[in-house]
Design a binder for this molecule. Sequence first.
Ligand SMILES: NC(=O)c1ccc[n+]([C@@H]2O[C@H](COP(=O)([O-])OP(=O)(O)OC[C@H]3O[C@@H](n4cnc5c(N)ncnc54)[C@H](OP(=O)(O)O)[C@@H]3O)[C@@H](O)[C@H]2O)c1
Length: 260
Amino acid sequence: MKQFLNKTALVTGASGGIGAEFARGLAKAGCHLVLTARREERLRALKKDLERTWGVQVDIVQSDLSTLEGVSHLINSLDQKNHAIDILINNAGFGYEGDFVLQNDDRLNEMIGLNITALTFLTKHFGRVMAEKQSGHILLTSSVGGFTPCPRMAVYDATKAYVLILGEALNHELKKHHVTVTTLCPGATRTGFFTASGQTLNALVKMTLMNPEKVARDGLKALAKGKSLVVPGLLNQLTVWGLRLLPRAFMAPVAGTVMN
Ligand SMILES: NC(=O)c1ccc[n+]([C@@H]2O[C@H](COP(=O)([O-])OP(=O)(O)OC[C@H]3O[C@@H](n4cnc5c(N)ncnc54)[C@H](OP(=O)(O)O)[C@@H]3O)[C@@H](O)[C@H]2O)c1
């Protein structure tokens, strides 16, 4: 990942899980960082660790990206500090499990705001700057769930299907500007995701959880190569392959059974 040396990357959702591992992987490659999330203490601790270990410059911006005000705050903070972003890691996101008709409106709105709206406008803002420079790399975190409708995760999976469709289209559209867009589709990974989404995992799923460090590493390797799509882990790759073969009418019932 030599091309990341002395570049600057913005990582959203860097306070834990896959985002913190993206930050570690990029710092190891000699890339300077801007880290953002809501939990500032965690960002500060990571900044200290990465600066000391890898000698890169790390800035942090605390922001709630579930609102447009939060997105503007992040963009304005970076503009004021004259940060030129070469790599955008659009990773922040959360899930929300439950019966659709009973789900909390505010929480659903926050999830759509973070997983779709913030990701779209950050990609548009930094994508335009990169297109003008005729260089840049963008990574969007979708999910294996983005390949299938899933009862009780209906809105979350729909947000991730949006990310997948957007990412694949943009990778093609921005090619003429020498900007790559890589969509990462992790399966179940050992992070704070399940606590945030209100899911309890059975022993079998716990055994298949991927390590967030490996997920981020696969994402960064694909990003470095400008790949359009990456699904980390053999089990997840087989799942996606199986879903592609499954007639559409069976997808939701099968996914619902697996969820149960
Ligand atoms: N873990 C999995 O099984 C899995 C599978 C497929 C896809 N994914 C996707 O992977 C990405 C990373 O999730 P993760 O697994 O690493 O989960 P995680 O450990 O819960 O991390 C989520 C990150 O998003 C940030 N975030 C949440 N709400 C935010 C908000 N309103 N504003 C700004 N930042 C916010 C969190 O930071 P703060 O709380 O500090 O704000 C945290 O840094 C997500 O897009 C998720 O959908 C995860």
